[in-house]
Design a protein around this ligand. Structure first.
Ligand SMILES: O=P(O)(O)OC[C@H]1O[C@H](OP(=O)(O)OP(=O)(O)O)[C@H](O)[C@@H]1O
Ligand SMILES: Nc1ncnc2[nH]cnc12
Length: 175
């Protein structure tokens, strides 16, 4: 059986990427291990089901890697939250700060209805700027966020504090 400790051991650390002072948690070494990849999705799905989501939101781009298989495994639909200029129909947009820069995210205005309960999925929670922006996008649609699901949380950064209060947050692995 592949455990969370096994999964953690497959994640590579790259110092000073993409800029000095950042310790980059590289998931490509996990993704190229078939057992590690399967266990990551299985364990995230087992955990996420308790939030009773009715659809999955994946945040471009690493959030797609985990969000889509999670949606497939749980039998749910998938909604992409994308970087600016990629979605073709009318969008909501939110700007946010990253651990290393600034960016914007967009969602199609008709992606969610107010009765929906999306689970927001990403590979990693650092400062929380990205996930908080995705949450703001969901709020613009009137839907209720069921929870947040991450593979990795960097606990020395105040990511959780940036997320809306009272909504469950889970990460498989903490550093
Ligand atoms: O909690 P935060 O400080 O916002 O950082 C976390 C975000 O940073 C990374 O994405 P990045 O913007 O590097 O894009 P990518 O997924 O396309 O690599 C990561 O995949 C998260 O989405
Ligand atoms: N330290 C980090 N490692 C990998 N991805 C990240 N995204 C934001 N911070 C990161």
């Amino acid at each position: 059986m592949t455990t969370t400790a096994d999964i953690q051991a497959l994640i590579r650390e790259i110092p000073d990427f993409p800029q000095p002072g950042i310790l980059f948690r590289d998931i490509t070494t996990l993704l190229k291990d078939a057992d590690g990849l399967k266990a990551s999705i299985d364990l995230m799905a087992e955990q996420a089901v308790q939030y009773q989501p009715d659809c999955i939101i994946g945040i471009e781009s690493r959030g797609f890697i985990f969000g889509m298989p999670l949606a497939y495994q749980l039998g749910l639909s998938f909604i992409p939250v994308r970087k600016p200029g990629k979605l073709p129909a009318a969008v909501h947009q939110v700007s946010y700060d990253l651990e290393y820069g600034q960016d914007s995210l967009e969602i199609h205005q008709d992606a969610l209805q107010p009765h929906h309960r999306p689970l927001i999925v990403d590979d990693l929670l650092a400062t929380g700027g990205t996930a908080a922006a995705a949450a703001q996008l969901v709020q613009k649609t009137g839907a209720t966020i069921a929870g947040f699901s991450f593979l990795i949380e960097l606990t020395d950064l105040p990511g959780r504090q940036k997320l809306p209060e009272g909504i469950p947050v889970n990460a498989l692995i903490s550093y």
